[in-house]
Design a protein around this ligand. Structure first.
Ligand code: GH3
Ligand code: MG
Ligand code: MG
Ligand code: MG
Length: 316
């Protein structure tokens, strides 16, 4: 070794240890009817110090415990069940699991079939340990890559669609959802209603208690609204101290009742360190040929009327 190649050598060892540690994070099940194959696979894992593995010679016995694992090595030809049945069974219940087919049966139809029913990869018997390890590592790294991508995707989705202060959906998401719903109800002809609400004299709350307390009121109000809506209703922070609700399969009469109920709940709620606040409401139902802007305009007009005629009320 010179020093550079020694460093490279150490890095390889470190990387190898990291890879093995990643494999150790799984619960691995080996299903193979041949005692001999199981012994070979056992030797393979033992030489790498990987002990998080259970071995099943009977598929029926394995199926009782299938959901305890997230990594599967499955023999193709077994007496009670075939490997491809076991693969589909697992894949149906676990989208993320790693499934590797281990088979001596190198058939041009069956391998593509196993991949299509959910195997991530296959290895051929007799096992070449180096190749076996390479396939396992590649599946493990893809597993973690996918997990990371999904979690980043979720974060991006939340950033793009949610309001940072309240965690409610933002205006962009709401408009998009609304446009989709409008297309849908042209087919289903179900009624669709909207409630727009605006806190009364919120400026006074900020002036009297400070902007930070004002923020707390907005958060608390979001919880009150969430707690009092159906799961299918879509609640959004429309802007500043305005919130909008899309009510699926609801006509204007029911939506007005909902708004009235929420109005009373808000007026009767004690907001921490602030006390009571009220809000005004505009309600409207979708009419044929409405586009989203027409609906928002009409809801806003009703809200404006509620403000004009005394606040803490619902106008539809
Ligand atoms: P009205 O009854 O006519 O609705 O009176 P208002 O004072 O609520 O209405 P106005 O539109 O005059 O003022 C809205 C206030 O909401 C002013 C603004 O400071 C406050 N506001 C908007 N967004 C936020 C926010 O994110 N946090 C806090 N603390 N205040 C906000
Ligand atoms: Mg077999
Ligand atoms: Mg306002
Ligand atoms: Mg207001």
């Amino acid at each position: 070794f010179n020093s550079a190649s020694f460093v490279r050598y150490l890095q390889t060892i470190k990387k190898e240890r990291e890879n093995i540690n990643l494999i150790k994070t799984f619960k691995i099940a080996v299903i193979d009817d041949s005692r001999f194959s199981i012994e070979i696979i056992k030797t393979f894992f033992n030489t790498h110090g990987i002990c998080n593995v259970d071995y099943y010679q009977k598929p029926s016995e394995f199926l009782k415990h299938a959901m305890e694992y997230n990594f599967f090595l499955i023999d193709l030809v077994m007496p009670e069940y075939n490997g491809d049945d076991v693969i589909s069974y697992i894949r149906e219940k676990n989208e993320e699991a790693i499934i590797i087919l281990v088979t001596a049966y190198n058939n041009e139809n069956i391998l593509p079939h196993c991949l299509s029913v959910g195997a991530n990869d296959f290895v051929l018997k007799p096992l070449d340990f180096k190749m076996f390890m390479a396939r396992i590592k590649s599946c493990v790294s893809q597993y973690y890559l996918k997990k990371e991508l999904l979690s980043k995707n979720e974060k991006l989705f939340n950033l793009a669609t949610k309001d940072a202060l309240t965690g409610l959906y933002n205006r962009i998401y709401f408009i998009e959802t609304c446009q989709n719903k409008l297309k849908e109800i042209n087919r289903t002809k179900q009624p669709l209603s909207f409630i727009l609400l605006d806190i009364d004299h919120f400026k006074t709350v900020n002036d009297r208690y400070g902007h930070l307390k004002g923020d707390f009121v907005l958060k608390e109000l979001s919880c009150v609204l969430n707690d009092n809506l159906r799961a299918a209703d879509i609640l959004c922070r429309w802007g500043g101290e305005e919130f909008i609700i899309l009510l699926i399969n609801t006509d204007v009469t029911s939506a007005t009742n909902v708004a009235e109920k929420i109005r009373a709940i808000i007026a009767g709620h004690y907001f921490k360190e602030i006390g009571a606040i009220t809000a005004s409401f505009g309600v409207t139902q979708y009419r044929e040929n409405d586009d989203d802007e027409t609906i928002f305009k009409r809801t806003d007009n009703s809200l404006y009327l509620a403000k004009l005629t005394g606040r803490n009320k619902v106008i539809s």
